[in-house]
Design a binder for this molecule. Structure first.
Ligand SMILES: C[S@@+](CC[C@H](N)C(=O)[O-])C[C@H]1O[C@@H](n2cnc3c(N)ncnc32)[C@H](O)[C@@H]1O
Length: 199
């Protein structure tokens, strides 16, 4: 027997706009941040770059104007659970982008090594940590080349999806806005320690 299909509605928009390596300067993104993030009080940004509105900011590059300069996953692991009003999640989208746009910072996150953990584990662990630190009803705004966001398996529901089309053969920038609806994960059973031995 087929499972019932459940859907919920969310706002969808596709707009043409010039690309910018500083995502938060793209006009439709500025508008979106105005609507959800305002002045960033109670928000946190682990890959903050130059233009974050979050109250607490981090970027591995010491030349970025952020409060902390740690690896994003290490930084997220230091944060309290169920605490933040919102998270801005705008990491580099590819090896090439990390190399060419962000002074090589984040390049390693796209290289598959022959030992565990894989880089997919890195991104999955970031999402688990983001889910853990966000309050119920808190918002996560994710930017990238896919619409996965943090995901409903981590207690989030999609509120808004925006495609930024840049013309030619350029990838769209895809922005998801999600709300944490439930504290569904038992974080005590999830090991996001990537230094553990391979099984
Ligand atoms: C897409 S940019 C963020 C742009 C930002 N939203 C803005 O509009 O200014 C990604 C940032 O992640 C930083 N980064 C790369 N790898 C990182 C890591 N492992 N931990 C923390 N920051 C990292 C880069 O230095 C870069 O500034």
């Amino acid at each position: 027997m087929m499972d019932a299909i459940t859907t919920h509605s969310y706002k969808f928009r596709r707009v043409w706009t010039m690309p910018n390596k500083w995502t938060f300067l793209i006009p439709p993104v500025v508008d979106l941040l105005d609507r959800y993030c305002n002045d960033g009080e109670g928000w946190i940004d682990p890959f903050a770059g130059n233009n974050s509105r979050a109250e607490i900011t981090n970027d591995l590059n010491p030349n970025r104007p952020t409060t902390f300069h740690l690896d994003a996953l290490d930084f997220l692991r230091l944060q309290p659970s169920n605490y933040y009003n919102g998270v801005l999640y705008d990491p580099p989208y590819s090896f090439r982008q990390a190399k060419e746009c962000y002074n090589h910072y984040g390049k390693d996150l796209f290289i598959q090594h022959d030992y565990k953990p894989t880089m997919m584990d890195y991104w999955a662990s970031c999402k688990i940590e983001i889910s853990r630190i966000t309050k119920t009803d808190g918002i996560v705004i994710s930017c990238g080349w896919n619409s996965n966001g943090i995901g409903n398996n981590k207690g989030f529901e999609l509120v808004e999806l925006m495609l930024l089309a840049h013309g030619g053969s350029k990838n769209d920038t895809i922005i998801t806005v999600e709300r944490k609806t439930a504290y569904t994960l038992d974080f005590t059973t999830i090991d996001t320690n990537l230094t553990g031995d391979a099984e």
